[in-house]
Structure formats: structure tokens, C-alpha cells
Design a protein around this ligand. Structure first.
Ligand code: AHG
Ligand code: MN
Ligand code: MN
Length: 333
């Protein structure tokens, strides 16, 4: 029965020369997760559902619970002396908090907002970097725009049938389950590996007609393969990246949110959805791409920049990118 704190303490060498700064950041993420989980599960009793009545930088209507989670994590991290600054999906600009902090954190406080009011799992996604700017000065955007391979930690919380916390610091993916009786996250999924075979495919094809011809050919090929397969893959898509990703991580599955002709950059945000999920995918033996290069290598240029996202077992992603890069003869029906 290893708690999250014990697990991190035992391995904090991997990120930090035992100063404990990093483990205090993960502890705050765990604390925030417990509190958000508590409020989520009572939302319909406490009048917490529905819209706040504001529109965020994404141009999306802010749900009351988006705002609750955002404010809660900002308050938590602002009191953590090791965090110099925060960037979240709900804040237009970066927030400089403790100039003496050595780390910055990016956050999707509540992922899957469209599902909050209908009881479908939602999540929190986080990504941590060591700051580049001098300690003792306010952090700047430069600290947040380092690129996916500079992350020192990344993970998510899934508020589902149980509350789960999965993270990586570059030495595998480890999963914990919140034990409400103890108020602790306990280690339940050590060293997670994504199955090499896709049992599921996850994408919203309502824009299929707007996808590139090559991507439409990949989808046709996917359906053809399933027609011929002993055990065809099943479509599973709930519209919460964290929930869709978590199922595919454990069971093997392919997820995509591509760009369209009108919006080639797609919908999902690179810094606090793409990079953390991509690192977890690679650490679990899968592959994450923007369709043309590994997602972790896509250069960052702005905090809320969007990216097409393709995630799954290596074989599936390589097949997809070979279609997108036009060097596969299309199987005739
Ligand atoms: P968020 O709620 O943080 O804005 O993220 C929602 C995202 C992601 O969770 C999910 O994969 C995607 O939106 C679903 O988009 P569609 O509803 O367009 O399929
Ligand atoms: Mn999101
Ligand atoms: Mn969100």
C-alpha cells in the first residue's frame, strides 16, 4: 500500500537532488485533485453545474466547475514556494507567483467540460518545467515555451468511477487510485505500458468531410481492416481527452483530433493537453504525433497554441503517418 507521497519520496532523486521541491509540487497536485473530486461529485447538489456566464481566451463558455478547478489550483500553487508561475487554459496570460520558485506548471484545470453536467468522466492535465529565467525574478513566457521534451513531470487526474492520478517524470508511467477512506492516493498501476494492438479507435468524425483526402483514406482503410478482422476494433469516444486517453492507455487504442481545412491546427492545446499526454504515451511505449512529426518535437510559440493530435500504439500511428505522407497504396474496397 504505497501512497503517492511515499512513492515520490522514494524516487525523488529522479528529478531533484532530494530537495523535496518537486515532491511538494506533486503533493499539491494530489491535494487539488482530492478537492476538485469532492466538489465535482456534489456539483448537482450544490448548484455548481452549468455556465458561469463568461467566455475564456479559447472563445469557449466557462463552466462553473472549470472556474472552480482553475481558481482552486491557482490558489494551491500560489502558496507553493517552489512554483514560480502558472499557465492555465482558463487564464489568457501566464501568472507569476513566487519569484524564488524553480518550477513552472501548465494546467488544463478541467478537461472535458462539455461532459460535466451529464455525468461523463472529466479530468485535469498538468505539465511541469524547471524555469529558465533567473531565480528571484518573475517568470516569463520563455519559461513555459521550452518544448515538450523539456518537461520534468506530466500527468493527469481522471474523475471517473474512481479518482485516478497518473504521471511520469521520464522513468515510466505510474498510476494511483484515491482511497477516500484514507484521503490518500495509493499505487495501483505501476509501470503502465500501452498494449501494442489497438482495441479501440477514438475520433469525432462529424468533420470527416473537412479532413484531408489522405486522412479520409486512412479512415476508409481503418474501416476496411475492421470489416476483415477476426476481432474488429470498437469505436469509443466520450469527448473528454483524459477519459478517452486513459481507456486507450490501459486497453490499447488510437485517438485522434485532427485539423480540418478551415482549422488546420485542430482544437486541442499543445502545451497543456498535447505535450503532457504525448510524453505519457511515449513513456508507456506508444507514439504521439501531429501527423508529420512526434508531438513532443512540435515547436511551441504561444501558450494557447493548438495542434492536431494523433495518439496510439506505434504500429497504428506509423500506418496513419504513412497515409498522411502519401506513401501507401490505398487498398481498394
Ligand atoms: P476542454 O474541456 O478542456 O476544453 O477539452 C475538451 C477537449 C477534449 O477533452 C476532448 O477530446 C475534445 O475537447 C472533444 O472535442 P469535441 O467535442 O469537438 O469532439
Ligand atoms: Mn482540455
Ligand atoms: Mn479544460
Amino acid at each position: 500500500m504505497t501512497t503517492l507521497e511515499q512513492f515520490i519520496a522514494d524516487r525523488q532523486q529522479e528529478v531533484e537532488k532530494a530537495t523535496g521541491a518537486f515532491s511538494k509540487i506533486l503533493r499539491d497536485i494530489g491535494l487539488g485533485a482530492k478537492m476538485v473530486s469532492f466538489y465535482l461529485r456534489r456539483a448537482s447538489l450544490a448548484g455548481f453545474l452549468g455556465e458561469l456566464g463568461l467566455t475564456n481566451i479559447q472563445g469557449e463558455s466557462v463552466q462553473k466547475l472549470d472556474d472552480m478547478a482553475n481558481r482552486l489550483f491557482i490558489r494551491l500553487f500560489s502558496h507553493n514556494p517552489h512554483i514560480a508561475g502558472i499557465a492555465t487554459e482558463e487564464e489568457a496570460e501566464i501568472l507569476s507567483t513566487n519569484p524564488d520558485g524553480k518550477y513552472v506548471i501548465l494546467l488544463d484545470p478541467l478537461d472535458g467540460s462539455s461532459n460535466i453536467d451529464v455525468g461523463v468522466p472529466v479530468g485535469t492535465i498538468f505539465s511541469v518545467y524547471r524555469r529558465l529565467t533567473p531565480i528571484g525574478t518573475p517568470c516569463t513566457e520563455r519559461d513555459f515555451l521550452q518544448g515538450g521534451r523539456q518537461q520534468v513531470a506530466a500527468g493527469y487526474v481522471l474523475y471517473g468511477t474512481s479518482t485516478l492520478l497518473f504521471y511520469t517524470t521520464g522513468r515510466g508511467v505510474h498510476g494511483f487510485t484515491l482511497e477516500p477512506a484514507a484521503g490518500e492516493f495509493l499505487l495501483t498501476y505501476p509501470q503502465v505500458q500501452m498494449p501494442s494492438h489497438s482495441s479501440y479507435y477514438s475520433f469525432n468524425d462529424n468533420q470527416l468531410h473537412e479532413w484531408s483526402l489522405e486522412l479520409q483514406q486512412y479512415v476508409a482503410d481503418l474501416h476496411l481492416r475492421n470489416q476483415r478482422a477476426e476481432k474488429p476494433q470498437s469505436l469509443r469516444y466520450v469527448g473528454s481527452l483524459v477519459a478517452d486517453f486513459h481507456r486507450n492507455l490501459l486497453k490499447g487504442g488510437f485517438f485522434m483530433y485532427p485539423g480540418t481545412v478551415k482549422k488546420p491546427e485542430g482544437k486541442l492545446r499543445l502545451l497543456y493537453e498535447g505535450y503532457p499526454i504525448a510524453w505519457l504515451t511515449e513513456e508507456a511505449g506508444g507514439k504521439a504525433s501531429n501527423g508529420y512529426q512526434p508531438l513532443l518535437d512540435v515547436p511551441p510559440h504561444s501558450i494557447h497554441q493548438r495542434t492536431p493530435l494523433f495518439i496510439g500504439p506505434v504500429e497504428e500511428i506509423e500506418r496513419l503517418t504513412s497515409f498522411l505522407q502519401r506513401n501507401v497504396a490505398v487498398e481498394t474496397t
